[in-house]
Design a protein around this ligand. Structure first.
Ligand code: PA5
Length: 447
């Protein structure tokens, strides 16, 4: 079976091959440190040995509970934010029919998300839309105390209990949280919810291959074993002891660190709208892992060709601050041919009989050449098909490369101290008990 491929050749000319060679040992040492746990963040490396990230028993439990819910619900609402949301959202969007909202039914539930924002209209409209559906909730929080999902869960828990009564509601709620700590664990134990555990050694943004991602993905009807198989494969290819030439994650980590010397921004580019949320997941992975100590590549993303009609001008001719990493799919799932038209008013008959994907691929190639001419270095990653297996390959590839890249950059890729700053201010403004001094100080600042 083919694997994902990485092509960094279009970055040369912007970075030197000598510099590339010079960083190879550092990349391999960084990869080894992920296995040997010798560098900062070493207590959050439970995702590296992905074959042991989840036990067979837990996997079967996930599949069993997911199958049971699929029988009886039309909608699953997953409540979580950041790493407790983006992985599942990315995989489900990538694999679902683009118009899945139109087809939800028992046996084929739609997965919706809540608690990833504090938009009042969003939560109100969600409650309205699910009220007459058969639904279940999956609340995910590693800490068990994050404000956004806690508010959403408080609201949705009241609704589901009103609709089904407390006992039936408890059967329809799954909690994914720490094994013993946090408010969500306490609540889940006291209410008797089915629970799955987020292990201590896997941080939120590295948790999609744990129950955090696997359970919602299984409820959406996708093969979580294939997802894991894809990840296992890239782990094998990038194991400690592999040479630099063999290790695709090390290549990506090296080239992006060299590009960072001249370019502050990496744009993840896709030509398939189903990958929109995969880019959102990737942005969190790299943004939270590398953006610290005054350093880090700014991760951005675009969906082409749509965004060629909005961001294309800037990328082609604006400030030269970015390089692109293009995520390409060799063969889409469906086939659509462009028909001939007797009038040919749009003058597109030269495309008659050609597949839509053929046009998309020429757009991709044309864009690559244009952006290279415009001074935008290119990295290209290709997967043969968009399926569970190759998404698993991509997920592990980006996770591994992120760990290596962060260590080359000289940061701890596994913490996120900066996320706390807004929370402190928000709690002070909300007069949360315990924040009295901070509340006074912030009010003075605003006076
Ligand atoms: O990557 C991370 O650690 C964060 O994005 C968290 O996943 C996010 O803040 C949600 O935290 P929790 O799962 O504790 O509610």
């Amino acid at each position: 079976m083919k694997d994902l491929t990485l092509d960094v050749s279009k970055a040369f000319g912007f970075v030197s091959e000598n510099d590339y060679k010079a960083l190879q040992d550092k990349a391999l040492e960084s990869n080894a440190a992920l296995y040997d746990k010798t560098l900062p963040g070493n207590d959050f490396l439970g995702w590296v040995d992905v074959k042991n990230i989840i036990s067979e028993e837990e996997l079967s439990e996930i599949e069993k509970k997911a199958a049971e819910l699929r029988e009886k619900i039309e909608v699953l609402v997953v409540i979580g934010i950041g790493g407790s949301y983006l992985g599942a959202k990315a995989v489900i969007e990538a694999l679902s029919n683009s118009f899945a909202q139109m087809t939800c039914q028992k046996g084929k539930p739609l997965v919706l998300f809540a608690g990833q924002n504090i938009g009042e209209d969003y939560i109100s409209e969600l409650m309205e839309v699910i009220k007459d559906k058969s639904y279940a909730l999956c609340v995910i929080s590693k800490s068990g105390t994050t404000t956004e999902p806690a508010i959403a869960f408080r609201l949705l828990k009241a609704e589901i209990e009103k609709k089904y009564g407390k006992k039936e509601a408890a059967d329809r709620i799954v909690a994914i949280t720490d094994k013993s700590r946090g408010a969500l664990r306490t609540l889940a134990n006291s209410e008797g919810y089915k629970t799955f555990v987020i292990g201590d050694t896997v941080g939120g943004r590295f948790s999609v291959l744990t129950p955090v991602g696997l359970f919602p993905i299984a409820v959406a009807g996708f093969d979580i074993r294939q997802l894991l198989q894809g990840a296992f494969r890239v782990e094998e290819l990038t194991q400690k002891g592999k040479s630099f030439d063999e290790n695709i994650a090390a290549h990506y980590a090296v080239v992006r660190n060299l590009l960072y010397k001249k370019y502050s921004t990496e744009i993840l580019v896709n030509f398939h709208p189903k990958l929109h949320y995969f880019s959102e997941w990737w942005k969190q992975l790299y943004g939270e892992s590398e953006g610290k100590d005054g350093k880090g590549i700014f991760p951005a993303s675009v969906d082409f060709t749509s965004d060629l009609h909005s961001m294309g001008q800037y990328i082609q001719e604006g400030v030269r601050l970015m390089y692109e990493t293009v995520l390409s799919i060799a063969e889409p799932d469906k086939k659509v041919e462009i028909p001939s038209d007797s009038q040919n008013l749009d003058q597109l008959n030269f495309l008659a009989g050609k597949r839509v994907d053929f046009v998309n691929k020429q757009a991709e190639l044309g864009t690559q050449l244009a952006h290279l001419d415009g001074g935008v270095p290119q990295i290209r990653i290709e997967i043969p098909k968009l399926n569970e297996y190759y998404l698993g390959e991509l997920i592990y590839f980006f996770e591994k490369a992120c760990g290596i890249s962060g260590y080359i950059l000289g940061v701890n890729p596994f913490n996120q101290p900066g996320v706390e700053a807004y929370k402190k201010n928000m709690f002070a403004l909300l007069d949360k008990p315990g924040y009295e001094e901070a509340s006074k100080a912030i009010r003075q600042r605003l006076a």
